[in-house]
Design a protein around this ligand. Structure first.
Ligand SMILES: *[C@@H]1O[C@H](CO)[C@@H](O)[C@H](O)[C@H]1NC(C)=O
Length: 249
């Protein structure tokens, strides 16, 4: 039963990062309208730009056990939406939606932390790190760059979600959001990224990716070009399902 459900969900789920604990709920209608609203707010012609031109008509949430517990308290001086700090790279507007999987409703005022490596794969003390609260629509958007390949796996952005709007409120999710191999490959050929000496790791061979996408979850950022002229930048969408009653930290 479980295997069959996983196969079905894997085929239909888009843009949902893993959450915890084990929970099954069909939030398909809410997620579909949520994602379409995010695109239409951008004036994006979904039939042209989206990797998923039509939203699935069924999405189920099967939360795997939490995979990553290596979160450390972020300095509250990093509460900001522009985390670039002058790091060169391809502009990325990362739109993170937080959905309560117990109600299928967007979560307002949740502090979301993100951190990721620069174009040559290095993490900084302050650059490419930041945190900010979701707005009334449950969405927070960070201005950053597309991450370069890290020393320890496939390209990803680390994220953590707090239960409340404070950096000191409990943490309900710690995870990684990945990118399509094809986009990684494309970006890694571009200036700056092409000096990254870390090995290229495909998603399929990164154990964290396998864990994050188990049980029908999708931890891949839905990526769209900004405008028609690559690489002026990209917009990435990811929805994180959380259970506010479950704390991982
Ligand atoms: C937090 O950041 C501020 C400002 O950069 C710094 O003065 C302080 O030492 C940092 N605190 C910690 C615990 O790192």
């Amino acid at each position: 039963m479980r295997f069959a459900a996983s196969v079905i969900c894997a085929a239909v789920l888009t843009g949902i990062a893993s959450a915890s604990p084990l929970e099954r709920r069909d939030c398909s209608a809410q997620i579909a309208s949520y994602n379409l609203a995010r695109r239409s707010a951008r004036g994006i012609d979904v039939s042209k730009r989206s990797l998923y031109p039509t939203m699935p008509n069924q999405v189920c949430v099967l939360a795997p056990e939490n995979q990553r517990q290596d979160w450390v308290q972020m300095n509250s001086s990093l509460v900001r939406t522009d985390i670039t700090e002058g790091q060169p790279g391809i502009l990325m507007l990362l739109d993170i939606g937080v959905l309560d999987i117990t109600t299928c409703q967007p979560v307002t005022g949740a502090m979301v932390e993100v951190w990721h490596p620069n174009q040559v794969g290095d993490y900084g003390e302050t650059f490419l790190r930041g945190a900010f609260q979701t707005g009334s629509n449950g969405i927070v958007e960070f201005k950053t760059i597309y991450p370069g390949q890290p020393a320890d796996g496939a390209n990803h952005v680390n994220l953590a979600v707090h239960t409340g709007s404070s950096m000191s409120s409990g943490v309900t999710h710690v995870g990684q959001a990945f990118f399509y191999d094809s986009w990684n490959h494309f970006v890694l050929m571009s200036e700056g990224y092409n000096t990254n000496s870390n090995p290229t790791v495909m998603n399929a061979v990164d154990p964290n990716y396998a864990a994050a996408t188990s049980d029908g979850y999708n931890a891949i950022v839905d990526t769209l070009s900004i405008g028609d002229d690559w690489p002026s930048g990209i917009i990435g969408y990811i929805t994180v399902g959380i259970n506010p009653n479950h704390l991982v930290q």
